[in-house]
Design a protein around this ligand. Structure first.
Ligand code: UTP
Length: 473
């Protein structure tokens, strides 16, 4: 059967008719799938993106960029007391059921190279609990602490949705009272020279997740759910604030009351946790002001002469590195997804396997394609008010990105063990350390045993000496 004439017309008008080139080789199922995939693509948008983004460099010039004001880490007793007061505001919001937790887990995890969604990676230093289990148990423990159900929303890609949902099911949802998965959108990869959309197989478009900025639109999409979109459900539940983070950081202090309190105190629409960048070339996006407006510049877009600017005390001028932990007002997300000022797309030049002129799948050695992604931090300039809150990287940031070297399973497990050792020592235990301060064995404290150092202190038997692997659960 030939393809639907309206499909052919749509594709030829956009100069993408090659997508049907192998139509005669396909069975009926593959044809239906290909037609359905093409249906989801906004061809005019892809064309416009290719023209605008591939050819332009978006780095802002030096004179337009400056630092942005941040709530620094408390350094004096007075500041610490003020933080405790503001934490009470966040605790009140949690106890009132006004906070939902959103984890983004739709990435492809290419650098880690793990066979499965990154959230299922067994990361815990002793029990090998997965990233998902650690996050889920924090939410369970928080719900118990504040006496209120805290709903958890997990974004997946179309590709890893089934495996992720099954993983939770197999583990009894880790005891969560309310967990919902939602699926992000996809964008096609195009040939970097011609802008032609690539086929991954004869009957399959080369689609990939549309970036973590896709979260906002996916939250607003009803998907197949009978209860409407996640945003609608949140509204029904009385949720006002979303606490957002990425699946790859097991150290994150989920729904941190002080952060939520500062966000509320500033009447902010979007807030960020930031850390001080260690070096000008550290691979972290920085929060800055461009022409007076707050904005994040990706590390790859930050010119070296800006990254290296120093304050008189020697510190970096543009120091506020984003760790992708946010608070977002539900009303702000609703406004963004309704409005005209949509999040922009960024381009990434990547190696993408494609069907060549002989109908064979070619695996290029050099980057041949452009992928388009939205980034959640681009919502910042659209927020009427915002708060930036500094946190300590050793406490809250060690993402799992790579198979070896920095940000790998080895560094994450070490950092977790070291951090749990800090908690144990603060609670009065003695812990063996190497001369550089690191712990020579795995230490793990389940969120269900203690969510933080203060809770551990209240539970820990006196006189504990830790000389080998320890798992408190
Ligand atoms: P990264 O950009 O680090 O990507 O995503 P990644 O998939 O983890 O790893 P690489 O780059 O392929 O090696 C940061 C976070 O944003 C989520 C990821 O799941 C991760 O939690 N993300 C990224 C999405 O949810 N969707 C996307 O389209 C992209």
């Amino acid at each position: 059967m030939p393809p639907d004439p309206s499909l052919v017309a749509r594709l030829s008008q956009a100069g993408q008719e090659h997508l049907l080139r192998w139509w005669n080789d396909l069975d009926d199922r593959s044809r239906d799938r290909l037609a359905a995939e093409v249906e989801t693509i906004d061809l005019a948008e892809v064309d416009a993106l290719f023209r605008q983004l591939v050819k332009e460099d978006s780095a802002p010039s030096a004179g337009r960029v400056g630092p942005v004001e941040v709530d620094r880490l408390p350094r004096t007793d007075g500041e610490r007391v003020a933080r405790r007061h503001v934490a009470a505001v966040g605790e009140k919001a949690l106890a009132a059921g006004e906070v939902a937790v959103v984890i983004v887990a739709g990435g492809s995890g290419t650098r880690l190279g793990f066979d499965g969604p990154k959230g299922t990676y067994p990361i815990a230093p002793v029990s090998a609990a997965s990233l998902f289990q650690i996050h889920a148990e924090k939410v369970v423990a928080l719900s118990r602490r504040h006496g209120r159900m805290i709903p958890l929303y997990i974004m997946t890609s179309p590709e890893n949705y089934g495996v992720t949902a099954r993983f939770f099911e197999e583990h009894g949802n880790f005891g969560l009272a309310h967990v919902r998965f939602f699926v992000q959108g996809q964008m096609p990869a195009v040939d970097r020279e011609s802008g032609k959309i690539l086929l991954a197989e004869k009957g399959r478009v080369a689609l990939s997740p549309d970036g973590h900025g896709g979260t906002l639109y996916a939250l607003a999409s009803p998907g197949k759910s009978p209860v409407g979109s996640c945003l609608e459900e949140m509204r029904e539940l009385g949720v006002r604030t979303l606490f957002y983070f990425q699946v790859d950081n097991p150290m994150v202090k989920i729904a941190d009351p002080a952060f939520l309190g500062l966000h509320r105190q500033a009447d902010a629409e979007m807030s960020f946790k930031v850390i001080e960048k260690m070096a000008p070339d550290e691979k972290l996006g920085v929060v800055v002001r461009v022409d007076g407006k707050p904005q994040v510049i990706e590390y790859s877009d930050l010119p070296a002469e800006l990254a290296e600017l120093r304050e008189p005390d020697g510190g970096l001028q543009l120091w506020a590195g984003s760790i992708a932990v946010h608070a977002l007002e539900r009303s702000f997300v609703e406004r963004l997804v309704r409005g005209d000022s949509r999040l922009p797309f960024h381009r990434a030049i990547k190696k993408v396997a494609f069907v060549d002129d002989n109908g064979e799948v070619a695996r290029p050695d050099t980057p041949n394609a452009v992928k388009f992604e939205r980034f959640i931090f681009d919502a910042l300039p659209m927020a009427e008010r915002f708060a930036l809150v500094e946190t300590d990287r050793t406490v809250e940031f060690e993402p799992l990105k790579n198979a070896t070297g920095p940000d790998s399973p080895a560094t994450v497990r070490q950092r977790m063990s070291d951090r749990f050792a800090d908690w144990l020592e603060a609670a009065g235990a003695k812990v063996e350390r190497r001369s550089d301060g690191s712990v020579p064995f795995g230490i793990e404290i389940s969120p269900l045993y203690a969510l933080d150092a203060a809770e551990l202190k209240a539970k820990l038997p006196p006189g504990l000496v830790v000389e080998g692997p320890l798992h408190l659960k």
